[in-house]
Write a protein that binds this ligand. Structure first.
Ligand code: PGA
Length: 251
């Protein structure tokens, strides 16, 4: 059975000034007339969301946020709500990235509340899960990934509401990647969990992305793994020339 359409999403993290808008323009130009085998999204820092949305206009490239608060409004200095992201032109938001789980102590319950906020605002939540090196080396990968999935993905969600991104923490920004076999066994487990929780039809409707050191030169190998429905890309999404090399794995 054919899986859901792949998604290649670029997470710029805390990178990008106005000058970097040229990379988005370049990407949009490079994709013109290209038959895309996947959906494409960029998640710039909050300060660039509006200019990126304006620059892309009716382009096929979608825009996402990198995080949101779970409340719609309120006295939360410095925070951004899902409604604000939607208002700025986003169609999705990343929640529970390992950098936020670690540095901002986000628990599964916090991530789940953010995913619910995303749905409330009409956004797709890109929910990140993944084990640390220590957890992998102590044989706890499945337990950690299944636990985060169960705790972070709200009941009643469907494939339009959420995308799952499996990102082994030790592969993020390190240039180290799991083998294709290691990716396949975790993605198989995630798919099994999704089907168990949501039933066959709904469970197969979720996209499960791989993330962690995806580059143009390893994209075909990593993204060709079974049950991988796209990629969440950090460093290699900052330059249009690199990002397109990953998108082309689906050409
Ligand atoms: P990376 O980041 O591609 O730079 O490893 C991935 C991510 O954090 O989403």
């Amino acid at each position: 059975m054919a899986g859901p359409k792949a998604l290649v999403a670029g997470n710029w993290k805390m990178n990008g000034l106005t000058a970097e808008l040229k990379e988005v323009r370049l990407l949009s130009d490079m994709l013109k007339g290209v038959r895309l085998g996947c959906d494409v999204m960029v998640c710039p820092p909050a300060t660039l969301i509006r200019p990126v949305v304006q620059l892309l206009g009716s382009s096929r490239i979608k825009v996402g946020g990198q995080d949101c608060h779970d409340a719609a409004t309120g006295a939360f200095t410095g925070e951004i709500s899902a409604e604000m992201l939607e208002d700025a032109g986003c169609t999705a938001v990343i929640v529970g990235h390992s950098e936020r789980r670690t540095r901002h102590c986000e628990t599964d319950a916090v991530v789940r509340a953010k995913a619910e906020a995303a749905r409330r605002a009409g956004l797709t939540a890109i929910i990140c899960i993944g084990e640390t090196l220590e957890e992998r080396e102590s044989g706890r990968t499945f337990e950690v990934v299944s636990g985060q999935l169960a705790g972070s993905l709200p009941a009643g969600f469907a494939g339009d509401d959420a995308v799952i991104a499996y990102e082994p923490v030790w592969a993020i920004g390190t240039g180290r990647t799991p083998t294709r076999g290691q990716i396949e066994e975790v993605h198989r487990r995630i798919r099994r969990d999704l089907i168990e929780k949501f039933g066959e039809e709904q469970g197969t409707g979720f996209r499960v992305l791989y993330g962690g050191s995806v580059k143009p030169n390893n994209a075909a190998e990593l993204l060709g793994a079974d049950n991988v429905d796209g990629a969440l890309v950090g460093g290699a999404s900052l330059k249009a020339a690199d990002f397109i090399g990953i998108i082309k794995a689906y050409a």
